[in-house]
Each structure stands twice: as structure tokens, then as C-alpha cells.
Design a protein around this ligand. Structure first.
Ligand SMILES: [Zn+2]
Ligand SMILES: [Zn+2]
Length: 57
């Protein structure tokens, strides 16, 4: 078991908040968060890689 680290990958790993959208760089799929979660770091994976949060609105 790994100790909790404060240094995370920038911008990628974060809580999923309601209304946020994530896009897959590989296939272009976009998912919208309909219900937020309280995870320390919530990764949404598609095509074997973390999906990127879409920040523009
Ligand atoms: Zn989560
Ligand atoms: Zn994908």
C-alpha cells in the first residue's frame, strides 16, 4: 500500500464535480458528470488512459 502523496499529476486527477465534462484524447468521447463524488482523486478512464477534464464553458 502506497502512502498518500500530495504531489499529483497536474489537472488530471481530481474530484469529479457535477456538470463537469471529460473528453477522451484517443476516441473523442465526451462524458458529463451527472452526480459528483467525494473521491480523493477520481480518474475516468477510456481507451486505457485518463480522460481529460474539459474546462472551457
Ligand atoms: Zn469519484
Ligand atoms: Zn476513448
Amino acid at each position: 500500500m502506497k502512502a498518500k502523496s500530495k504531489a499529483k499529476k497536474a489537472a488530471v486527477s481530481s474530484k469529479a464535480k457535477k456538470g463537469e465534462k471529460y473528453v477522451c484524447d484517443s476516441c473523442g468521447m465526451i462524458v458529463a458528470v451527472d452526480k459528483g463524488c467525494s473521491c480523493e482523486a477520481c480518474d475516468i478512464v477510456c481507451c486505457g488512459q485518463d480522460m481529460q477534464a474539459v474546462t472551457c464553458r
